[in-house]
Unconditional design. Structure first.
Length: 493
């Protein structure tokens, strides 16, 4: 075993982390079969994927492929060489992949041995045929990440081909009129807003991909009081997903389930439909358009992909930036430190609305959180935390719901204040406090105060008429001394 360690480390090339000089081959996609570990279920997930974005640079007879393990992206470039006759590209392995916690990992070619994979130092070339701009793996091996002993980490890909995607996006013409819109929509079962570019050219409409992908547009045609956007249209590369994407009509919903002590989590009940188009109702007088159809930005033309964004009840309104005052947030729960896990969770709802219930631009919003009297720093080191910031672990975001994992006990209270910045003007909500020692977040002394005002809001933060409010709503009670109590209640008809 020691000999294998020394041999592998001594023979490995170092795959680079900086883009090599040379020509970036345009619009290449990476297709493969493979396996990836699911650490939640302790199972191996198998996949057969097409359409992953491939970054390939050619420098003379050298080829460089970025992140050849498409499910584990670290920005590394694997180096290969074109054969003298121009028909093959060979990648000599092992190559150093990354170093984490002082442990070096390698890109390796593996061979099958019974029901497992093993490293064979006599067969360590990953070989591709090269014809008509297409690289097709021909050696029959398995590309994997391994440790220095040649043991796989279970990230494995094979039957790899790298080829031109073969489609082009529709872009707005140079003379199109561009306008800024606010789009409000539901995603993962939660309300969201963002500003977006919409371009008009005669009867043609071009909507910037709402995921924010560069040079990616949804194309539609104005037909009277409708805008028709063909289903299945190609939207180009979406680097946030790592795939080429398509606009796909869908139906169903994201069901939000609550796991006690851990907060709300989305469950996907969506499926694709065969609708010819996504149809928006269009008001030419004020420029607004909206649809009740669900559509996806989906990493596949044929099937519901694991990688997708959902857009429900999307409504587009011309946007003019104003210095709004954000609505007050609410701290809705705090679990305390859970002994079994050594951490706790607390949840905050921050409506993306102003004090009048109007949607405001989340890109202009940030907030401060206080745990007792210490201000929270995000994993990125910020105390002024952008509204939609998430690291996927310590801070998770689903619409206006923000969940925080903490390991140091909170003994007294949690505070939160939201800010809205437009130019040099910054407006803030009230600083709202939550008493962790009281079941409803209000200390017993304060709870005995008479209520001065009771207000109702929907889950998007919009104010409701108390006489007609029904179903799941947010009730805000303002006590006589100005202290507020916020709680979710279900009002029956």
């Amino acid at each position: 075993m020691v000999a294998a360690l020394v041999s592998l480390a001594a023979t490995a090339q170092t795959a680079g982390g900086t883009e090599p000089d040379g020509q970036m081959l345009p619009n290449m996609e990476y297709c493969s079969k493979g396996m990836v570990p699911d650490y939640t279920t302790q199972q191996i997930t198998r996949f057969d994927q097409t359409g992953a974005i491939a970054h390939v640079v050619r420098q003379g007879n050298k080829f460089y492929v970025q992140d050849p393990i498409s499910h584990y992206r670290v920005g590394v470039w694997m180096e290969g060489e074109l054969s003298a006759d121009g028909t093959q590209v060979v990648f000599h392995l092992p190559q150093v992949f990354t170093t984490e916690k002082n442990v070096t990992y390698y890109l390796n070619r593996m061979v099958q041995s019974g029901q497992s994979l093993r490293f064979d130092a006599t067969q360590n070339d990953l070989v591709f045929s090269y014809a008509d701009g297409v690289l097709t793996q021909t050696d029959g091996g398995y590309l994997s990440i391994t440790n220095a002993a040649g043991r796989t980490t279970s990230y494995v890909e094979y039957d790899i081909s790298i080829r031109p995607v073969g489609q082009s996006v529709i872009l707005p013409p140079a003379d199109a009129e561009h306008r800024t819109y606010m789009v409000s929509y539901e995603s993962d079962g939660a309300p969201l807003t963002k500003t977006i570019d919409v371009a008009f050219s005669g009867s043609e409409v071009y909507i910037a991909n709402p995921t924010g992908a560069k040079d990616s547009w949804i194309h539609g045609t104005i037909d009277g009081d409708r805008i028709l956007c063909p289903n299945g249209q190609f939207l180009g590369a979406d680097e946030s997903l790592g795939f080429y994407v398509y606009m796909k009509a869908a139906e169903g919903s994201i069901e939000i389930i609550n796991i006690p002590g851990f907060g709300d989590f989305p469950v996907n009940n969506i499926k694709l439909t065969d609708d010819e188009a996504i149809v928006f109702n269009y008001n030419a007088a004020d420029g607004t358009f909206a649809t009740d159809q669900l559509f996806l930005v989906n990493a596949s033309a044929e099937k519901l992909a694991d990688k997708h964004y959902d857009f429900g009840k999307a409504a587009f309104t011309p946007y003019q930036e104003v210095a709004a005052t954000p609505a007050d947030p609410e701290v809705v729960s705090c679990s305390g430190i859970i002994d079994e896990y050594g951490f706790g969770l607390f949840a905050i709802n921050m409506p993306a609305t102003d004090t009048q219930g109007n949607y405001i631009n989340q890109e202009n919003m940030y907030y401060n959180v206080y745990m007792d009297d210490k201000i929270l720093q995000s994993p990125a080191g910020e105390t002024d935390i952008p509204y939609n910031y998430t690291d996927g672990y310590y801070i998770r975001v689903s619409g206006m719901s923000h969940t925080y994992l903490y390991t140091t006990p909170i003994t007294q209270r949690i505070g939160v204040q939201v800010f809205y910045r437009v130019g040099d003007v910054v407006n803030s909500s009230q600083l709202v406090w939550y008493d962790v020692n009281s079941a409803d977040g209000v200390s017993p002394a304060l709870a005995q105060q008479p209520a001065g005002r009771v207000e109702y809001f929907d889950v998007s933060g919009r104010r409701l008429d108390a006489a007609t409010a029904r179903g799941l709503v947010v009730r805000r009670t303002t006590l006589a001394d100005g202290t507020r109590r916020v709680e979710k209640v279900c009002l029956k008809p």
